[in-house]
Design a protein around this ligand. Structure first.
Ligand code: ADP
Ligand code: MG
Length: 353
């Protein structure tokens, strides 16, 4: 990890410790809350992953569950990597390298994920598009350069962004399920799965834990929270939505109790760089090829962490009305939007604590 990544991981670690606020239920609890167990890992998706048990299970059982989850996350980390290849694994980087050249045979988990990403593209009306790699790379390179050389920070050239945007048609991602191959038919197109990969892997980890008979566990994979069940007392976990206004003394914008759901936030305050006093963050609106300019953060509450991750990016890139229309068409999705002026908007199913 380079220094920026370490700082990001530490920031995420601090977030992890404060995001889930332990809360004693009012009155005498009928069931005593067991001691929490937690284990962290800093190797995956450029962030910190934490598994927490509130169940009171034996150390050996918790340890086996944590190992299984980190093994699984490690495998998805390799499959989703766009910067590195690994011995014996064809991953997203391999697919990108072979754009316009040849189909690549991949693990069926990667086929399933890419099929899901295409569904997400349709559901989000093109706002969450993993085929935007060419555009995202221009922003990524500018952001990394700006972080290392604040005085020489620049924004990507508009003509270069427009040219790159010509090569983002997800229909050029050709998936052959039968032969388990993937081919990018446009040689200038590339995939970047940063908007949904972490959430998708989180959901697979949750599935694994559930298949092992687990409840009263929480996964926090770089801020993607997945609550499996509820506390043994029957309570939900108290979570806090970060205040996007970092100049404020209030760390949190609001608090919500969650059970059996995911909570994923996309915000303009997490990864950004500054050019001439203006902040440029990392979520790019495919309509403008510029950092999305609608909200400071959007938080999605829904069971499936992959869907939550995909929708948080998408709704961050569209108006309140468009976002509301999309989530109203899907069962079981609630949203908190924080506007650039700090106003909190929410869907009816959210109760603030
Ligand atoms: P984070 O991963 O920081 O929690 P997101 O889930 O919103 O936040 O994902 C942001 C990442 O997704 C970016 O770093 C970039 O790699 C990628 N990305 C940015 N904008 C888009 C977009 N409109 N569609 C698909 N991927 C995007
Ligand atoms: Mg996302």
């Amino acid at each position: 990890m380079n220094i920026h990544k370490i700082i990001r991981a530490i920031t995420a670690a601090i977030l992890v410790s404060v995001t889930l606020i332990s809360c004693a239920p009012t009155g005498a609890p009928e069931v005593q809350e067991p001691k929490t167990k937690a284990r962290s890992n800093y190797e995956f998706f450029d962030t910190v992953s934490v598994i927490m048990s509130y169940k009171g299970d034996a150390e050996a059982e918790f340890s086996a569950n944590a190992t299984a989850v980190f093994d699984l996350l490690g495998e998805y980390h390799k499959l989703f990597d766009i910067y590195h290849e690994y011995a014996g694994v064809n991953n997203i980087k391999t697919i990108n390298k072979n754009a316009g050249i040849a189909p690549v045979e991949v693990d069926e988990r990667l086929v399933d994920f890419l099929l899901y990403a295409k569904e997400i593209y349709t559901l989000t009306e093109g706002k969450t598009n993993i085929a935007m790699g060419s555009v995202l790379k221009l922003w990524h390179d500018a952001r990394e350069h700006g972080a290392d050389n604040p005085d020489g920070a620049y924004i990507p050239d508009g003509a270069a962004l427009s040219e790159a945007a010509l090569h983002t048609d997800i229909n050029n991602l050709v998936i052959d399920e039968e032969n388990s191959t993937v081919y990018i038919s446009d040689s200038k197109m590339s995939l970047d799965v940063g908007a949904i990969g972490k959430g998708y892997a989180t959901e697979r980890a949750a599935e694994l834990l559930i298949s092992r008979g687990v409840s009263s566990y929480v996964l926090n994979i770089g801020g993607n929270i997945r609550a499996i069940g509820q506390k043994v007392t029957g309570e939900g976990w108290l979570t806090a939505i970060t205040n996007p206004d970092k100049t404020s003394s209030e760390s949190f914008a609001c608090k919500v109790k969650i059970k059996n759901t995911s909570l994923v936030t996309s915000g303009d305050y997490e990864r950004y760089y500054v050019v001439d006093g203006v902040r440029y963050h990392h979520i790019i609106d495919p309509v403008t090829n510029m950092p999305a300019d609608y909200f400071s953060s959007v938080s999605i509450f829904t069971l499936d962490s992959g869907l939550a991750d995909a929708l948080s990016t998408a709704l961050f890139c569209m108006s309140y009305e468009d976002g509301l229309r999309i989530v109203e068409s899907i069962e079981g999705v609630e949203v908190i939007w924080i506007t650039k002026g700090g106003e909190i908007k929410k869907t009816d199913g959210i109760t603030l604590v």
